[in-house]
Design a protein around this ligand. Structure first.
Ligand SMILES: *[C@@H]1O[C@H](CO)[C@@H](O)[C@H](O)[C@H]1NC(C)=O
Length: 153
């Protein structure tokens, strides 16, 4: 319990100080789902800004995020095109997302379904089955709006 309170105050301190130090970023945590990501050690940029609702079972870590519709964003730093299904599901524990469903990335001339994401020091490790790719977490510090949200595709 003490530990929880400590962690909670630490999170508040961290979010306050990031607001103070980053005045341009007026919306550091656009939704409770994004805040939850940071609670688990992930940057908010892993989810687009369009989160409508989410559910999380804190015992099992099973989550579902509703984005209101399919969504396309371009991920830094290599401008990989990523598509999100209306529902993104998975299982989250501290520093690790597994059994991920609903995020696909276009790379090497093919669509890859992300199966997991791990936080490893200052890096994020993206998993596609046994294949992994590592990027600095700082590339995902900002959340992006869906592109072409109003198009008919
Ligand atoms: C949450 O997960 C636990 C462990 O798998 C399960 O026993 C429990 O029923 C789940 N709660 C809800 C509300 O689904």
């Amino acid at each position: 319990m003490i530990k929880c309170i400590f962690l909670f105050s630490l999170l508040i301190l961290v979010s306050l100080s990031s607001q103070l130090h980053d005045p341009e970023n007026s919306n550091p945590s656009p939704s409770p789902a994004h805040a939850e990501l940071t609670n688990y050690g992930f940057p908010i940029g892993l989810l687009p800004s369009s989160v409508q609702t989410y559910t999380l079972n804190e015992t099992s870590g099973v989550f579902a995020v509703d984005l209101g519709g399919a969504c396309k964003i371009t991920l830094p730093p290599d401008n990989y095109l990523a598509t999100y299904s209306k529902k993104v599901r998975g299982k989250i524990v501290q520093g690790r997302i597994a059994e991920l469903e609903g995020i696909r990335v276009w790379a090497f001339f093919k669509w890859w379904s992300l199966t997991g994401i791990r936080s490893s020091g200052d890096d994020l490790v993206f998993e596609v089955g046994m294949v992994t790719a590592k990027y600095p977490s700082s590339n995902f510090d900002e959340t992006h709006d869906c592109e072409g949200k109003h198009s008919s595709s």
